[in-house]
Design a protein around this ligand. Structure first.
Ligand code: PMP
Ligand code: GLU
Length: 396
């Protein structure tokens, strides 16, 4: 007996694999500084905790409708309408086990075998794997030098088989936040070539400077009709283990995701649904405090990386820094560098290769300032011993 070819072709999520490895090493007594996984180190807001306990104690822990409870779908519809500036009804919302589940549900509902889907690099680790599993051919589009979207490259990649585009702003791993003009320009390309857009807005609340995140659904009714929004509670409310997310989409697509999940996974967790609803209804003050703290950490981390001589764009959102380490790579690329960092100075990072951009590494700053300072100290010790690679010296 063995898994089928489709599943054999899927890699274990690099971020999850690295986090598990770092935690296993810590359990064996190794002093590992873990900057690998993107998971807020704050407790979930009190509103979420109280609602979860009340739901358990009140016994409201039965199956719910596959697409989520009516009251949560209403709360999400109101939240999406208010934040994206365009009206959504509860029928256009399907609650899912997580944003990952919402994303995979949306892609499985949209993709026909052989469709091409544009995937902008750097791209979060799960995008390419989910696209392939759904039967699509991912078209990976390199970014501009500042890690923003390269519109000319996007247009050039489109063929008659291209059906959709996957967007992620604020971006994991770069922290890049697309401007309204960039989103509008990509929207125009989608309209011109009749593409759907799946927009992963899981980091929408975590924007530290400049204009807020702009959704392609906000461009026009026509754009809203070709857009699926994916969002959830993991990042905004530090509720990673609660596993709760949603799609907001035209009713046929939202219903299709609900039908699919009714067969595959039943309904989302009843406890987490009420915890998420409590957060959406109360807008807990903890969120702003968490954002302010992330911004402080970002400033320390990016300044520290730059002072070590690593070029690093200032991330405007999410909680990752994505410095350029090309001067320190050997033939094993960023994964070799991360192996060495773990072995030599016990620092766990994610190689840029996991996001399709080998010249970089990702550091999550969803971790405390003392840990960030330790990470910088270890990185400094490591880089001081390692001279820039011959290849990059010739290139410069
Ligand atoms: N999209 C992106 C870009 C992410 O970084 C994550 C992180 N887990 C997810 C989706 C999935 O979030 P969730 O925990 O809700 O599955
Ligand atoms: N999204 C987080 C990360 O990129 C959590 C891990 C995962 O779901 O892949 O680290």
């Amino acid at each position: 007996m063995r898994p089928n070819a489709r599943v054999r072709s899927i890699a274990l999520s690099t971020t999850i694999a690295l986090d598990t490895r770092a935690k296993d090493l810590i359990a064996t007594g190794r002093d590992v500084v873990n900057m690998s996984v993107g998971e807020p180190d704050f407790p979930a807001p009190m509103a979420a905790q109280d609602a979860a306990v009340a739901t358990v104690r009140g016994g409201k822990v039965r199956y719910t409708p596959a697409e989520g409870t009516g009251s949560l779908r209403k709360a999400i519809a109101e939240h999406v309408s208010a934040t994206r500036g365009v009206a959504y009804t509860p029928a256009e919302i399907t609650v899912c086990h997580s944003a990952k589940h919402a994303l995979s549900g949306a892609l499985l509902a949209l993709i026909e075998q052989g469709d091409e889907v544009l995937c902008l690099l750097p791209a979060w680790v799960s995008y390419v794997e989910i696209l392939r599993y759904a039967g699509a051919k991912p078209l990976e589009i390199p970014s501009r030098k500042d890690l923003g979207p390269d519109l000319a490259a996007i247009e050039r990649a489109i063929t008659p088989k291209t059906r959709g585009i996957l967007l992620n702003s604020p971006n994991n791993p770069s922290g890049y936040v697309m401007s309204e003009a960039e989103v509008r320009a990509i929207g125009a390309v989608a309209e011109k070539h009749d593409l759907w857009i799946v927009t992963d807005e899981i980091y929408r609340r975590l924007v530290y400077s400049g204009a807020p995140n702009f959704s392609p659904a906000s461009i026009s009714p026509a754009m809203r009709a070709r857009t699926v929004i994916v969002d959830g509670a993991s990042k905004a409310f530090a509720m990673t283990g609660y596993r709760i997310g949603y799609v907001a989409a035209p009713v046929d697509i939202a219903a299709a995701v609900g039908r699919l999940h009714s067969q595959l996974t039943g309904c989302p967790n009843a406890v987490s649904q009420s915890a998420f609803e409590a957060c959406l209804k109360s807008e807990p003050p903890e969120v702003q405090r968490m954002c302010d703290e992330f911004q402080r950490r970002r400033d320390v981390l990016v300044a520290g990386l730059r002072s070590l001589g690593l070029p690093c764009e200032m991330p405007r959102g999410a909680f990752y820094a994505f410095p350029d380490v090309s001067a320190f790579l050997d033939t094993r690329g960023s994964s070799g560098l991360c192996e060495d960092l773990l072995e030599e100075v016990e620092l766990a990072l994610v190689p840029g290769s996991a996001f399709g951009v080998d010249a970089h590494v990702r550091l999550s700053y969803a971790t405390s300032l003392p840990i960030i300072e330790q990470a910088l100290e270890r990185m400094g010790r490591f880089l001081a011993k390692r001279r820039p690679s011959a290849a990059s010296r010739t290139a410069r």
